[in-house]
Write a protein that binds this ligand. Sequence first.
Ligand SMILES: [Zn+2]
Length: 468
Amino acid sequence: MAFINQDFRFKEKHDKHSRLRWLLFTAGCAVLGAVIASTNSGSEGLDADILAADDLNSEHLPAFIENEPTAATAVRLSFELSLPELQAQQKIIDDINHDSPKQWREFKVKSGDSLAKLFNRAGIKPQQLTEMMKSGEAAKQLTRIYPKDILRIMTDGENNLLGLRYEIDHENYLMVERKNGVLEVDTFKHDIETRTAHASGAIDSSLFMAAQEAGISQNLIMELAGIFGWDIDFLLDIRKGDHFTVVYEELFRNGEKIKDGNILTAEFINQGKTYQAVRYTNPENNRTEYFTPDGKSMRKTFLRSPVNFARISSGFTTKRYHPVLHKFRSHKGVDYAAKRGTPVVASGDGKIVHRGRKGGYGRAIIIQHGSKYSTLYAHLNSYKSKLRVGSKVKQGQTIGYLGSSGLATGPHLHYEFRVNGVHRNPLTVKLPTAKPVPKRYLADFELMTTPLLAQLELLTRTQVALNN
Ligand SMILES: [Zn+2]
């Protein structure tokens, strides 16, 4: 249900906005027009955009249409305005209401500042800080302000706080308003517009270089690597000439890009083999995952390696020279060398069946995954606290920390993977994939993903044409 619905919702919202703008604009024009002529200072803020601010939602709308615009509604509607625009607008509101002029002022948080100091600078009566902090749970956000944050504050002529606005992050803002003499605080969401973007890149030296050349962010490429990381080892398998195409979301606020959103669909060609993934939310459990175009999960039930950023120091062999025991022995696992203390994670969901010293393995954990699979993690420095025999663990959950306990020449993780009790090479064993799209949702899956996959197809075809 994810994207199409989402796009549709945004579209709907915008349509609603344009209707609203028109309505409010025509309603307000006559009144505002006269003031524009006389003030001449806020002409920029007086077009329809004044009314195009974010939270023109249905909740606030009726009051605005049915009644005269009050200072409070106007404040909310004008959240996006710059300070001069705000001030100009405030004057209009005051004129409409025949109030004495109020003032919006901007205060930048300096290092070592506190809210009390800021209120002092704004000349607000000190007890009103206490009043504001008691005005609601949301006010607590204001205890976490940082240098360079901006607070916009409105006071009347008698040093009373009438309003305060604070950008919590890109998507949320906080509003304090005095209504009928009482301060009220609430947080609001900005209207975020989602646009679809795409990028393609070919690997010359590294994946990150390719990403940079394609103009996509490190975050996005990490996400891409996460999607295909079950099939492609991005440390070992990447070759010159590999290439990728990615269709992703970009989030905008007031026409300005804030950040990248989700990857919608992507293709990665690794050593001539094509992998495709598409994002889909399973309506059964509301879980969003990446699937192959035919609905198989991209995810495997096991991670290929239970430590990140580690070097494989010894592979799986049936015969090798043991450096400590000084004799030939098979090595029925994979060794990962990394810094002592590096987190070791459960490679799959399961239950801990052993946690403790186990001969040459040193401190070891064994996890049972269903009836068929088990994994072993040896030479640990320590265990994750609270984990015991019988504890349930999730894939990717930290279970312990890499070390050199037992028979080990240096800090490394010795990892074993057993199928029906038999040791298998964790690097090459065919890992079971996570659950596919449930049969009864396959039609929905197809409906949701076909347009995305068609777009991907078109992009990759164009790419091929460009390369030839
Ligand atoms: Zn080993």
